[in-house]
Design a binder for this molecule. Structure first.
Ligand code: LIP
Length: 261
């Protein structure tokens, strides 16, 4: 069955806003370790994901899911696929830092067609349908066309991958010197929203998962930005982890022009 991207986007937005009450009302949050002390999950990650998948399955019965929790990772090339990070910025959530969001994208045949990222603490909902522009709480947003030297840069530290720490901090030093300043929010999805809204000129992280970036990818593209891996190659909706570099056109080009050999 065919669905318009606008219909699907509205289902995502409704589901995110309803599930966000679980985050805002959370009490006594207990972190459980997944792969190591930095990669944690809470009952709220699971409950938000369960609520989102149930609600979106009702709207699109044939939908498949690729999610961060509970090993619910179906075919990334499915005709109807929801890609879900129920709480992006889980470590912030555990520590009460109020920099977390719900990120949901819809893809068909490996192309993202709709996506929304909701930060319930700020009541900021970023949304996009392919070819229809990007919005923050219903108002159009656009990336900045500032050069890198006049931009704030968001950096992710890929804390689950310590073998990338040296490279991460080498790039961080380069970007600190090449830009106005750097920021580390703890949420890849919110960093991509900052780029889409023109708040940050660039975002770089060496290794994140599909659910971290799928919605942000569309937001950046629909806001007039460029998103790739850190070598400039297009990102694939394939389920493999990847580096991500996203920015306004000038800052994105400046990255490669100024990057030391
Ligand atoms: C997090 C990302 C963050 C990255 C962390 C983690 P989670 O997502 O948003 O940018 O540095 O390693 O992947 O695990 O909180 O959903």
């Amino acid at each position: 069955m065919e669905y318009s991207s606008e219909f699907i986007l509205q289902q995502i937005i409704t589901a995110e806003r309803e599930a966000a009450t679980l985050i805002l009302q959370a009490e006594s949050i207990n972190a459980e370790t997944k792969t190591d002390r930095r990669n944690v999950v809470t009952e709220y990650d699971r409950r938000v994901q369960e609520q989102l998948t149930a609600q979106l399955s009702t709207a699109l019965p044939e939908a498949r899911f690729f999610c961060e929790e509970n090993m619910l990772q179906e075919d990334p090339n499915a005709e109807h696929l929801f890609i879900i990070d129920p709480i992006d910025g889980t470590m912030n959530f555990v520590h009460g830092m109020h920099m977390s969001c719900i990120s949901v994208a819809y893809a068909s045949g490996g192309q993202v067609l709709a996506g929304a990222v909701y930060n319930p603490y700020a009541d900021e909902l970023f949304s996009a349908a392919r070819g229809k522009g990007a919005f923050l709480n219903g108002k159009p947003i656009h990336v900045t066309d500032a050069p890198l030297e006049q931009s704030i840069v968001c950096i992710g530290t890929s804390p689950y991958y310590p073998d990338l720490t040296d490279l991460t901090f080498t790039r961080m030093r380069f970007l600190f010197n090449a830009s106005l300043d750097i920021r580390r929010s703890g949420s890849a999805a919110l960093d991509l929203c900052s780029v889409a809204a023109g708040r940050a000129g660039l975002y770089l992280e060496q290794c994140i998962s599909l659910w971290d970036f799928a919605a942000g990818l569309l937001l950046v593209e629909e806001a007039g930005g460029i998103i790739s891996d850190d070598k400039g190659s297009p990102l694939e909706i394939c389920g493999r982890n990847t580096s991500v570099l996203a920015g306004g056109p000038q800052a994105w080009k400046d990255y490669f022009a100024k990057l030391p050999e």
